[in-house]
Design a protein around this ligand. Structure first.
Ligand code: ADP
Length: 438
């Protein structure tokens, strides 16, 4: 038996039948030299059998050295055990480093005695499995070095036949760094999940609060508008009675003031109706279904005095298709777009309106085009905001709520809207909704 000198000056008890190995400079971790050249028998030429035998021995020595080199330089701990005694017979330098003790300190000990297995019983169990299956693997084992440093290791043990005897080889891999990274990853993942859950909870709470506030505001503006309607009707009614039945008792100023009251009351009435329309568009469940645009457009035109033939020219191009929406929402859209189309016109000009549908993939885009005053590009976004109006040289009646109602109604039907316009060139408003069977 030869003792191999290791790079760190510790000794390995690896058994070798080869010639003693010398430590040489620059020959790798274990410092193993090349084997010596085969010696010739004294005073004669070797026979061919001797030459073959010597060549075989040399090949064997080379192969053994390779194995030893692997053993010495491996970055996994390797322990060799005697299956008969269950005791450690050898260990490589990395294993010695891992345990932080000398080879002599643990050669002759059982695995449980160096802290690799929990107790003697665990050691017996390991050998029982090895005898049965020739292999056993432990994924995570704590290993305490002599300095008290705890490492996490993965152990793979195999039972091998080595010539006439059996040997157990345990490969011990230090997985401490990997486990630490894994733990940090788990912790980071947990933290992210916790923060995400917290965020979701906060968003849900804020959304619920917001919904409640919006619902309260909606019901408040609805009831205020609704409650203002009847006193306003009474005011308008009494002003009308005064004008009709008592105008002889009033002078010109009195009549002028009464007429102003009537105009103001009318304006307030329009505003109330539009606020009510807006709150109705916002609230309640929306049941989207197929709506026949063609008949709905004609009904809306019939309903509004300002849209009647004679005063205005309205052309419907072809038969309009069905779209997915709600009848209430579409009536709001059409009435606002059509009344605007005939309202924002150069004084004295005859309003001309064209209504047409355009297929856009699975959607339908409905266009309402007029020959009105047009809209400057800078105003084309803000006009869809609440109470937004454009200052014109000509005063046009209105509240600035009409297009807001259209936008909200279209959004609630899952669609979108827009405008193309140039000042003095008329406007083309469009709403786009899902088509039916397109
Ligand atoms: P209102 O009609 O009560 O003023 P809207 O919200 O319907 O309110 O419209 C907002 C503004 O957009 C209008 O005041 C007007 O300046 C402009 N507008 C809307 N429709 C047209 C149109 N067809 N042609 C020109 N300007 C328009």
């Amino acid at each position: 038996m030869h003792t191999i000198h290791l790079a760190n000056n510790k000794k390995s008890l690896l058994q070798s039948t080869a010639a003693p190995l010398k430590k040489v400079r620059g020959a790798g971790r274990a410092g193993i030299s090349k084997p010596p050249a085969p010696a010739l028998p004294l005073g004669g030429v070797p026979s061919s059998v001797e030459v073959l035998e010597e060549a075989a021995r040399a090949a064997l020595r080379v192969s053994e050295m390779r194995c030893r080199r692997l053993f010495e330089s491996a970055r996994d701990g390797v322990l060799l055990l005697d299956p008969g005694t269950r005791k450690i017979t050898d260990a490589n330098p990395f294993m010695i480093e891992l345990l932080g003790s000398t080879l002599e300190e643990f050669v002759g000990k059982e695995l449980w005695e160096i802290g690799l297995l929990k107790d003697q019983h665990a050691g017996e169990e390991m050998f029982r499995v090895l005898r049965k299956k020739n292999f056993i693997c432990y994924k995570e084992l704590p290993l305490q070095s002599s300095t008290g440093r705890t490492r996490e290791v993965e152990v793979e043990a195999n039972l091998y036949q080595e010539g006439t005897h059996l040997v157990i080889q345990c490969n011990v891999r230090d997985i401490t760094a990997r486990k630490q990274v894994e733990q940090e990853l788990f912790a980071a993942k947990d933290e992210i999940s916790r923060q995400a859950a917290e965020l979701r909870q906060k968003v849900a709470e804020h959304t619920a609060q917001l919904r409640q506030t919006i619902a309260e505001m909606e019901s408040f503006s609805f009831s205020v508008s609704h409650d203002m309607s009847s006193p306003l009707s009474a005011m308008r009614g009494f002003a009308e009675i005064l004008l009709q039945d008592h105008s002889t008792q009033l002078d010109a100023d009195g009549i002028k003031y009464l007429e102003k009251i009537d105009v103001a009351a009318n304006r307030l009435d329009t505003l109330i109706q539009e606020v009510l329309a807006y709150t109705m568009v916002l609230g309640g469940e929306v049941k989207i279904e197929a709506v026949d645009l063609d008949s709905l457009v004609r009904q809306v035109i019939e309903t509004y005095p300002q849209l009647q033939t004679g005063q205005v020219e309205i052309q419907i191009e072809g038969a309009l298709p069905k779209v997915m929406g709600t009848e209430v929402g579409l009536v709001q859209c059409l009435s606002n777009l059509l009344t605007n189309a005939v309202k924002f016109i150069v004084p004295g000009a005859k309003p001309r309106v064209k209504i047409r549908a355009q297929a856009m993939g699975a959607d339908v885009r409905l266009w309402v085009e007029d020959n009105g005053i047009g809209i400057a590009p800078k105003d084309q976004v803000r006009i869809f905001q609440m109470f937004a109006r454009i200052d014109h040289p000509t005063a046009y009646e209105g509240t600035g709520l009409g297009l807001t109602i259209v936008r909200k109604a279209v959004e609630r039907m899952g669609g979108r809207m827009g405008v193309e316009s140039e000042v003095g060139q008329g406007s083309k408003f469009w709403i786009q909704l899902k088509g039916v069977n397109l």
